[in-house]
Design a protein around this ligand. Structure first.
Ligand SMILES: Cc1cc2nc3c(=O)[nH]c(=O)nc-3n(C[C@H](O)[C@H](O)[C@H](O)COP(=O)(O)OP(=O)(O)OC[C@H]3O[C@@H](n4cnc5c(N)ncnc54)[C@H](O)[C@@H]3O)c2cc1C
Length: 460
């Protein structure tokens, strides 16, 4: 392929990929930036899919930019329905196959940004195609589910996996008035979250008529007529009949292309990158859910597949691929979600991650008002603070409640970034006004309770 301009090929056209492409083109408009995306869509709101299913958001509102806008306004070339199938790091080419024509093209590159994301994990007994079985990752998955619900009007739905995605999709189905059974192999929903927090979430699910089976494993599915008719829950348990099954039983980094191209994969099974989002192969960058990232609390590599990090990493990868010098400092693992009327938010390490990191931790749980006690709309917030026993270092925080939870977690997030001690957290000058917070904000009360419980080694 003969060409005059330097070319960056971005593989994957969603959060990380488009953030990389946009930044590269912005920094150096003379570059030829080409995005390869295997589905028909780019720049779609994955995180909005549960709300699209619920009917809260219309499918046409699910795009940040159209292909046309990316091409005309940002000068980025986009090939949808094309899959990158190989990278030859010696010849410096990417092989791309059209999903429509099966035609293969070999494209020369100067730099590559891998942004291939993550993919759902399906149990190995799901061997056959079934028109009523779903995983949810891309907008294609979301639209297929949306379409199936409109056309086939299922009533009995089984959702497997009670992580964040499972709970969001359960809510969507209840909004549609479907009968939902939620199955989770762990002994609680949101398996890594503190039980005093998840108990409130479980109560909320029950209030909204979701039938939850924890400590329950799906052991098989019964097919008939290209459909899953029943889900088996093992010996001694009645199989459950269903019209629709959605597996939300975990995801893994999508690294087949990277691995086959000789790009180093780390212990978390994601692509190893440095803080400039460079892989260990010259001129190949990677960003988003396909990569490992640095955890600012454990000071180790982790895998944290979330949208804000994907966007920031994409920006760094794109800038550096275009000749800039940007760094991504790392994550603390902040997550938030809505389950009916409850807001759940967490940051830092969970107890499972603390154990894995061999840290000695304690947890303290408090309940405090979201607003002044007398002000309308006041609701309890339950907050857990996890800290290192001897150093009193904050390791993580989790909160649940119907008011003022989601954004309040970001105080703890900032504290983790700044490595504030429990004393410093307890003394933060947080704002007060009756409609927004009590005089002693939940964050201060939680920090104070943790200090009291921790060894009284320091005085203030
Ligand atoms: C239903 C849902 C809800 C979510 N909710 C939240 C939330 O509330 N908050 C949050 O922080 N995160 C949420 N996430 C996670 C968030 O969407 C991801 O972290 C983010 O999209 C990662 O961006 P990415 O670009 O790395 O990967 P992806 O979004 O997975 O994009 C990767 C793209 O690469 C394409 N691709 C893969 N391989 C190839 C190839 N070989 N050739 C061409 N194209 C390829 C894929 O088709 C895909 O479009 C949610 C995810 C889902 C699915």
């Amino acid at each position: 392929v003969s060409r005059n301009k330097k070319r960056i090929i971005v593989i994957g056209g969603n959060s990380a990929g488009l953030s990389a492409a946009s930044r590269a083109k912005q920094l150096n408009p003379s570059l030829d930036v080409l995005v390869i995306e295997k589905t028909p869509h780019v720049s779609y709101a994955s995180c909005g899919i549960p709300y699209m299913i619920a009917g809260v958001v219309k499918p046409e509102r699910m795009f940040a930019f159209s292909v046309k806008e990316l091409q005309t306004k940002r000068g980025i070339e986009v090939w949808t329905n094309h899959e990158a199938v190989a990278i030859d790091t010696v010849k410096r080419t990417v092989s791309v196959v059209s999903n429509e024509t099966a035609r293969e093209q070999i494209l020369a590159y100067d730099k590559v940004v891998l942004a291939t994301g993550a993919k759902p994990v399906l149990p190995n007994f799901c061997v056959e195609e079934a028109t009523n079985m779903f995983t949810i990752r891309t907008l294609v998955d979301g639209l297929r589910l949306h379409d199936m619900i409109q056309k086939q009007q299922p009533q009995k739905v089984i959702v497997v996996g009670a992580g964040a995605l499972g709970l969001e999709i359960v809510e969507a189905f209840r909004v549609l008035g479907l009968d939902v059974v939620l199955i989770e192999k762990s002994n609680q929903v949101l398996p890594d979250v503190e039980p005093q927090i998840t108990a409130i979430v479980e109560e909320e699910l029950s209030t909204h008529n979701v039938v939850s089976h924890t400590n329950t494993t799906v052991e098989g599915v019964e097919y008939d007529d290209n459909r899953i008719q029943r889900v088996s829950l093992g010996v001694g348990k009645e199989p459950l009949p269903c019209d629709l099954v959605v597996f939300c039983a975990g995801i893994q980094p999508n690294v087949t292309l990277a691995e086959e191209s000789g790009i180093a994969i780390g212990g978390n099974r994601a692509i190893i990158v440095n803080d400039q989002q460079r892989t260990r192969k010259l001129d190949i960058y990677a960003a988003g859910d396909c990569t490992e990232t640095y955890h600012l609390v454990t000071k180790r590599s982790t895998w944290m597949p979330l949208a804000p990090a994907a966007l920031k990493q994409g920006r760094v990868a794109g800038a550096n691929a275009a000749g800039g010098h940007m760094r991504f400092s790392g994550v603390v693992g902040t997550t938030m979600l809505k389950v009916f009327n409850q807001q759940i938010a967490m940051t830092g390490l969970t107890i499972a991650e603390i154990k894995k990191a061999n840290l000695d931790a304690e947890v303290v749980v408090v309940t405090q008002d979201s607003r002044a006690k007398y002000y309308p709309g006041n609701q309890p917030i339950t907050a857990a603070v996890l800290y290192e026993r001897n150093t009193r270092r904050l390791l993580g925080a989790q909160m649940v409640g119907m008011d003022g939870v989601a954004h309040r977690i970001n105080v703890f997030t900032s504290a983790l970034h700044a490595e504030l001690s429990l004393q410093e957290i307890r003394n933060l000058d947080l704002g007060y006004a009756p409609p927004y917070a009590p005089t002693w904000d939940t964050v201060l009360v939680a920090g104070s309770a943790a200090l009291k419980k921790a060894k009284p080694r320091l005085t203030n």
